[in-house]
Design a binder for this molecule. Structure first.
Ligand SMILES: C[C@H](O)[C@H](O)[C@H]1CNC2=NC(N)=NC(=O)C2=N1
Length: 101
């Protein structure tokens, strides 16, 4: 399904609702810190389940005690769309349950 790129104003409005997230060009990014490597791996698995449910996928890097997320919409030419913010919101909602901050 085609999805339209957001305007700069729309991006700024949505970012205001997502503390900790940044727009790095046409990518939405956040690093989470976790209490252990296993907790970080569990968060990655939970994110993977959400991404399959939404059929929208980030780049997601597992570090020692960290998870790095980079989200963009490939089908919109690698721009930011509503789908990116929906995914970020869903991750925000479950991350604290894994001890992420
Ligand atoms: C066929 C499938 O729906 C597409 O490849 C989806 C899957 N996940 C996706 N994820 C992201 N981030 N961008 C996309 O354009 C995209 N397309």
């Amino acid at each position: 399904m085609a999805v339209a790129p957001l305007s700069q104003k729309e991006i700024e409005d949505r970012l205001a609702e997502l503390p900790g997230w940044s727009a790095d060009g046409d990518r939405l990014t956040r690093t989470y810190r976790l209490p252990s490597h296993f907790a970080a791996a569990a968060l990655v698995t939970h994110i993977a389940r959400i991404q399959d449910e939404l059929d929208h996928h980030s780049d997601c890097t597992l570090g020692y005690h960290s998870v790095d997320l980079t989200i963009t919409t490939h089908s919109a030419g690698g721009t930011l769309t509503e789908k990116d913010f929906t995914l970020a919101r869903r991750v925000e909602d479950i991350a604290p349950g894994h001890g992420a901050h």
